[in-house]
Ligand binder design. Structure first.
Ligand SMILES: Nc1ncnc2c1ncn2[C@@H]1O[C@H](COP(=O)(O)OP(=O)(O)OP(=O)(O)O)[C@@H](O)[C@H]1O
Ligand SMILES: O=P(O)(O)O[C@H]1[C@H](O)[C@@H](O)[C@H](OP(=O)(O)O)[C@@H](OP(=O)(O)O)[C@H]1O
Ligand SMILES: [Mg+2]
Ligand SMILES: [Mg+2]
Length: 385
C-alpha cells in the first residue's frame, strides 16, 4: 500500500484514487484534492474547473508527497468538537499543512466507546455536558499516555465566571513592565433585587457589567448587560456576576495561547462611560452586543497610541507562564483591557478555553507548530525510555 509509485505504473484514475492518503492506523485522511484544493508553491489554492481537466498532469508532484508523508507521520489527533467549532478551526488549509508534517486529525465517533477508537496520541475536545466530561476523564485514566487537550477539571473552572478569575491576584509578576488586576466583582446566585445592598457593602461602583455566571456554549451565556444604578439590578436574571466596569478607551486585547506560543490581537470594545451622563440617558439596564468576539480587528483603526499600544511582550510572557500553571490549560485566550489613562495597568476580564483560533491571523502555522512540538516531545520520550 505504501510502496513508492512511479508514473506509468498505474493508470491515472487509479493513481488519483490511491492518493487518498491512508494512515497506517486505518484512518482515511483524504488528500487535498478531496477538498477541492491544489498546491501552488507553499500555498493551498482552490482547484478551478479548468484544472480538473488537467488532473492527470497534476498527479505527478503528488507522487513525491506520499512517501514523505509516510516518513514524517507522527501524530494522530482524535477530535470531538461541535460542528461550529470544527468548521471554524479545522479548515482545509490547517488540515493540509498539518498533514504535511505528519499530523492527522481524526473525528471521534460519539456513539462508540472512546477506548475502542484510535489509538490516538492526542485527544482534542470542546464539548459540553457532564456525560462527555465523564467519558474523557475515564479515558484519561485508562490511557495516561494520551495527551488530552485539555483536562476536563481545568476546563470546568473556566466555565464559571467566579472561579475563572480566582488566583489572579497572587500571580508572580513583580518584575514586569505591567501589572494586572481583576475588577471588583460579586456573585448573585438568586434574587437580584436584594443584591443592591451587597453591592453597596462590597463597595462596588456603578456602572456594573452583569455577566451570566455559567458559560455553557449558548448565546445566552454571553449576553451581557450594563447596570447603571442599584434599582436596575432587579431586572437581571441570576445566577450572575456583577463586575465593575473599567474605562479602557474602547479597545481590548485578546491574548491567544497555544502551548508555548502567544499571539495578541487588538479588538474593539465598549467605549468609556461617564457614570453621570450615561445615568441620565439610561433607565434600567443596557443590553450590549457581543462586541469583542467580532472577527473585525482594531489593528488598522486610527486609535490613540496610549490606548492602542499592545501590552509589553515580556509582561505577556510572564503573565501567560504563570497562567498556564495556574489554569493547567494549554489552549486558551485571555481578554485584557488597559485602564484608561494608565501606563500599563491591565484588567483581566475574561478567559476562554479553546477560543476562536480561526479568527487569529495566520493561525494555521501556529497550530501546526504546536502539534509538531507535541509530536517531537512524545517521540523523544519514547526514545529515551
Ligand atoms: N469589567 C469590564 N469593564 C469594561 N468592559 C468590559 C468588562 N467586562 C467585559 N467588558 C466588555 O465586554 C466584552 C465581553 O465581556 P466578556 O469577555 O467578559 O464576555 P464573554 O461573553 O465571555 O466574551 P467572549 O466572547 O470573549 O467569550 C469584553 O470583551 C469587553 O469589551
Ligand atoms: O476567540 P474569541 O473571540 O474569544 O471567541 C471565542 C469566545 O471567547 C468563547 O467564549 C467561545 O466559547 P463558548 O462557545 O464555549 O462560549 C468561542 O466559541 P466557539 O467554541 O464556538 O469558537 C469563541 O467564540
Ligand atoms: Mg471575552
Ligand atoms: Mg468569554
Amino acid at each position: 500500500m505504501f510502496g513508492t509509485l512511479a508514473s506509468g505504473d498505474i493508470e491515472p484514475a487509479r493513481l488519483r484514487r490511491d492518493l487518498r492518503i491512508t494512515c497506517n492506523l486505518g484512518f482515511s485522511c483524504g488528500g487535498f484534492e478531496d477538498i477541492g484544493m491544489r498546491l501552488e508553491g507553499e500555498n493551498l489554492v482552490p482547484r478551478g474547473a479548468e484544472e480538473n481537466r488537467e488532473v492527470v498532469a497534476e498527479t505527478a508532484p503528488f507522487q513525491v508527497e506520499r512517501p514523505l508523508f509516510q516518513q514524517t507521520q507522527k501524530l494522530v489527533v482524535g477530535y470531538a468538537l461541535t460542528s461550529k467549532k470544527k468548521k471554524s478551526f479545522l479548515q482545509p488549509k490547517l488540515e493540509f499543512m498539518a498533514r504535511r508534517k505528519g499530523i492527522c486529525f481524526v473525528p471521534i465517533d460519539l456513539n462508540r466507546p472512546l477506548s475502542e477508537q484510535g489509538p490516538f496520541d492526542v485527544v482534542l475536545h470542546k464539548l459540553l455536558g457532564k456525560e462527555w466530561q465523564d467519558v474523557i476523564e475515564d479515558y484519561q485514566q485508562k490511557h495516561p499516555e494520551v495527551i488530552v487537550l485539555d483536562p476536563p477539571s481545568a476546563i470546568k473552572r473556566i466555565y464559571n465566571r467566579q472561579s475563572m478569575l480566582q488566583g489572579m491576584a497572587d500571580l508572580n509578576l513583580s518584575d514586569c513592565s505591567g501589572s494586572i488586576y481583576v475588577p471588583k466583582q460579586l456573585v448573585v446566585l438568586k434574587d437580584s433585587a436584594s443584591s443592591a445592598d451587597r453591592v453597596v457593602e462590597a463597595g462596588l461602583k456603578f456602572p456594573l457589567v452583569a455577566k451570566p455566571l455559567w458559560i455553557d456554549g449558548t448565546a445566552k451565556s454571553h449576553q451581557l448587560f450594563l447596570a447603571y444604578d442599584k434599582h436596575s439590578l432587579a431586572e437581571l436574571e441570576p445566577p450572575l456576576v456583577l463586575q465593575e466596569f473599567v474605562n479602557h478607551g474602547g479597545v481590548m486585547f485578546k491574548v491567544f495561547v497555544v502551548g508555548d506560543i502567544i499571539k495578541v490581537v487588538r479588538r474593539f470594545s465598549l467605549p468609556n462611560v461617564s457614570s453621570n451622563c450615561e445615568k441620565a440617558k439610561a433607565n434600567g439596564v443596557f443590553k450590549f452586543p457581543r462586541v469583542s468576539s467580532a472577527a473585525a480587528s482594531a489593528d488598522n483603526a486610527d486609535l490613540e497610541p496610549s490606548v492602542a499600544e499592545l501590552p509589553p511582550k515580556p509582561f505577556l510572557e510572564a503573565l501567560v507562564k504563570e497562567l498556564r500553571t495556574l489554569l493547567g490549560l494549554r489552549l486558551f485566550n485571555i481578554d485584557m483591557i488597559r485602564e484608561h489613562g494608565s501606563k500599563n495597568v491591565f484588567s483581566v476580564i475574561d478567559i476562554n478555553y479553546f477560543p476562536g483560533y480561526g479568527k487569529m491571523p495566520d493561525y494555521e502555522p501556529v497550530i501546526v507548530d504546536f502539534f509538531h512540538n507535541l509530536a517531537q516531545a512524545k517521540h523523544k520520550k519514547r526514545h529515551y525510555k
